[in-house]
Design a protein around this ligand. Structure first.
Ligand SMILES: Nc1nc2c(ncn2[C@@H]2O[C@H](COP(=O)(O)OP(=O)(O)O)[C@@H](O)[C@H]2O)c(=O)[nH]1
Ligand SMILES: [Mg+2]
Length: 320
């Protein structure tokens, strides 16, 4: 439960609403550090959450996710929209910041103040990070950023969880990463609403795009009938970026019909609550006195064949 409001958190909330970037940055740090002030601040603003469009960008390391996020942010800024960016990428820090600042300043329609970028590092649990990044996205949303972009790396549970927080998920692949098929196996294709084969200036992009399209053709039709388009881009030169944005808008338009967005956000909220409960219960369990010792003993018992993993898990869970 969120603690009481204090003058610090009350003024933080007011300042965030007034567009104060320092207050926003500080509240994000609270969230990152698990400082209760972050939760209190967010709780006091939570009634305003849900206005931002949320776009998740995920895929293997080095495929050009940050470059694409940067290019999309520049394009949206030029169109007059404010953009908040959360980059959850333990393998490479968001390096597009300087470039973005320069390009945004060059555009007469835009001012750099309309973009807020935050990289989040893994401290301990990846699952905890995914959950914290959703809180950060909520803060950017209530701070008034019209578009919230979040980048995550890899092909695992983290991405699936982050995708569970985005309205639209872009999966980025590149012919260089050589793991297009890997990504498809890892369940990324199921969460993809738009697939971008980036580095289309490299050999193999056409083949990869064809392979991905084939996999999608063979997959079972999705509920509601959305079929993810497969687009090629050269994000580093801005090529294909307008088409990517158009595909995002088409997906958003599709979502806006027949109550799909509400249904999606409802199921995301449920997934988020379940993940939070799971996270909380686990933290509580391992924090119990003797729990880690019991874990070590059960691991030894399982390894020695004295106990089945299920029996060991049941015994450990009963410590809660
Ligand atoms: N050739 C080529 N290089 C690109 C393209 N997009 C990004 N890169 C480069 O690929 C590298 C990794 O990009 P980055 O955006 O950091 O990838 P991320 O790890 O997926 O976020 C950087 O050196 C980029 O300049 C592209 O379309 N073509
Ligand atoms: Mg990156």
């Amino acid at each position: 439960m969120a603690g009481p409001m204090t003058t610090t958190t009350a003024s933080a909330a007011e300042r965030i609403l007034a567009g104060d970037r320092l207050a926003l940055a500080r509240a994000i740090t609270w969230i990152e550090n698990g400082d209760p002030a972050g939760e209190v601040t967010l709780a006091s603003l939570y009634g305003r959450v849900g206005r931002a469009a949320r776009l998740g960008v995920t895929g293997p390391p080095g495929v050009g996710k940050s470059t694409l996020v940067n290019a999309l942010a520049v394009a949206r800024r030029a169109a007059g929209e404010t953009v908040g960016i959360v980059a959850v990428d333990p393998t490479s820090p968001f390096s597009g910041g300087a470039l973005l600042g320069d390009r945004v300043r060059m555009s007469p329609a835009a001012d750099a103040g309309g973009v807020f970028i935050r990289s989040m590092a893994t401290r301990g649990h990846v699952g905890g990070l995914a959950l914290a990044s959703q809180d950060v996205a909520d803060l950017l949303d209530v701070a008034g950023y019209a578009l919230v972009l979040y980048e995550t790396v890899g092909a695992g549970q983290l991405e699936v969880e982050v995708a569970e927080a985005a309205d639209t998920t872009l999966v980025v692949l590149s012919p260089e990463s050589g793991d297009g098929v890997q990504a498809m196996k890892a369940g990324l294709m199921e969460v993809a609403n738009v697939i971008v084969v980036n580095k289309a200036d490299r050999d193999g992009a056409d083949r990869l795009a064809a392979e991905v399209a084939q996999v999608l053709d063979l997959a079972a039709p999705r509920p509601g009938g959305w079929k993810p388009p497969v687009l090629r881009a050269v994000a580093s030169r801005g090529e294909g970026v307008p088409e990517v944005w158009r595909a995002v808008e088409e997906h958003r338009a599709w979502l806006s019909r027949d109550g799909r967005l509400e249904a999606l956000r409802g199921s995301h909220a449920e997934a988020r609550l379940r993940a939070l409960v799971r996270h909380r219960l686990e933290r509580e369990l391992w924090g119990r006195p003797g729990a880690l010792g019991a874990l070590a003993a059960r691991v030894a018992a399982v390894r020695a064949g004295r106990e089945t993993p299920r029996a060991a898990a049941a015994a450990l869970a009963s410590l809660l």
